[in-house]
Write a protein that binds this ligand. Structure first.
Ligand SMILES: [Zn+2]
Length: 132
């Protein structure tokens, strides 16, 4: 990913975070997923009074891409307070489409504070369709 593409992805995730629906946790998260076509799909966490129905920003972005017919994921940026990595459920969800996906985490309070991981490092021994 070029520096320009990287910056564009981070900006899209920061932008998405502003639209998060997080009235219960007060922990807004924004995600931006780039596909092989170059398009970016945004996601935010969407919480619910029935807490178990809450969905994370990463899965919203991935589902938006799939719904648009895109399954070849190139990279994802995730913005949150503290720059946390995706939860276990999101790691598994993303692994379905891109087991080696680069993940950029960004601290929303210090956007220059970023880290890059590869999904197989965050989720080794992934459960995949070949296991069925
Ligand atoms: Zn998650």
């Amino acid at each position: 990913m070029t520096d320009l593409a990287h910056e564009e992805l981070v900006r899209a995730a920061l932008d998405a975070q502003k639209r998060a629906y997080a009235p219960y946790s007060s922990f807004p998260v924004g995600a931006a997923l780039r596909t092989a076509s170059g398009k970016i799909y945004q996601g935010t966490n969407v919480e619910n009074a029935s807490f178990g129905l809450t969905i994370c920003a990463e899965r919203v972005a991935a589902a938006a891409a799939v719904a648009a017919g895109e399954r070849d994921f190139a990279a994802i940026a995730v913005v949150s307070r503290g720059g946390v990595t995706p939860c276990g459920a999101c790691r598994q969800f993303l692994a379905e489409f891109a087991p080696l996906l680069p993940i950029v985490t960004v601290d929303s309070q210090q956007p220059d504070r970023q880290a890059t991981y590869r999904l197989d490092a965050l989720l080794p021994e992934q459960f995949a369709k070949d296991d069925l």
